[in-house]
Design a protein around this ligand. Structure first.
Ligand SMILES: [Zn+2]
Length: 291
């Protein structure tokens, strides 16, 4: 039996404030959502102000590292060199690359080229070529807070269809962001991306999606971009998650690299694109914490 929290008790979010001045109205809103039959987020998914501030600072490092990659990435460079840039820049900003040694992952960043959907492992033997599209996925731990974002880079003379895939995938992110509204279900965002991709003739990867982030690298909820709009938890202020659809030029089917156990490819060998933003739900809408 959990004791009901009193108006003058300290709030459950550990802000140190009284419940009535902190999350009391929030809990009433969530109860209304629950009464409508919506799934509601667990308290673990709700960040307090101090945590949001910490994730924002982590996001600044993540953005700075990606900006540095954007300035230096070029044809003829190995993906190992991207890994080195990410490692060194992150440490220079007093951060730690979150992927390094995460569940045995050997590098500081994921670099996924063309038909690689995600989790491409940097290597000195993989050289960026003219016409490649590459996703660079950077995740940072800064003062114990996690942030996560990725960008696509088009190298040299990229084919028009690949260029359009990259541009449209970015538009899908922007569209998804416009659906991040407090007290709406996260499925509305995911479904908007799905419909957009389908309308433009693409498919969306189902098996891999976004995730909560901030206190840990990967938290609840799983964020799908292939779902009915009536699905998923309510987006409540204080939630932080990633929007990172993987959009394919061909079919949605994917295969995993047996040898390295990480890299995911499109089964049909057609190109795939992905952008990723870490977003916080606010009282008014959303805030991009890393992009
Ligand atoms: Zn609170």
């Amino acid at each position: 039996m959990i004791k009901k929290i009193g108006r003058n008790d300290l709030c459950w979010c550990q802000s140190g404030r009284k419940y009535k001045a902190c999350h009391m109205a929030f809990d009433e809103k969530l109860t209304q959502c629950k009464d409508k039959g919506y799934k509601i987020p667990s308290r673990k998914m709700i960040k307090n102000q101090e945590q949001l501030d910490g994730i924002r600072e982590s996001g600044k490092v993540n953005i700075a590292v990606l900006d540095y990659v954007a300035e230096h990435i070029q044809v003829g460079m190995s993906t190992e060199e991207i890994d080195r840039m990410v490692y060194e820049k992150t440490l220079e900003y007093n951060g730690i690359p979150a992927p390094l040694n995460f569940e045995g992952y050997p590098k500081s960043v994921c670099t996924s080229i063309n038909e690689e959907v995600c989790h491409g492992i940097p290597s000195k033997d993989i050289i960026l070529k003219d016409g490649d599209i590459v996703n660079v996925d950077v995740s940072t731990i800064y003062k114990d807070y996690f942030s996560d974002s990725s960008r696509m880079f088009c190298l040299g003379k990229v084919s028009p269809e690949k260029q359009k895939l990259v541009d449209d995938t970015k538009k899908a992110i922007e569209l998804g962001l416009s659906y991040v509204k407090p007290w709406h279900r996260i499925g509305e965002m995911g479904n908007a991306i799905y419909e957009f991709a389908r309308e433009h003739g693409y498919s969306v990867v189902r098996e891999v999606g976004g995730h909560g982030v901030g206190i840990e690298f990967h938290e609840e909820p799983f964020v799908s971009y292939c779902c009915p709009k009536e699905s998923g938890v309510v987006m409540a202020p204080g939630m932080v998650f990633t929007i990172e659809p993987m959009i394919n030029l061909g079919r949605s089917d994917i295969v995993m690299d047996d040898e390295n156990g990480w890299t995911i490819y499109t089964e049909d060998g057609m190109p795939s694109a992905q952008w990723e933003v870490t977003v916080a739900v606010t009282e008014e809408g959303y805030e991009k914490l890393a992009y």
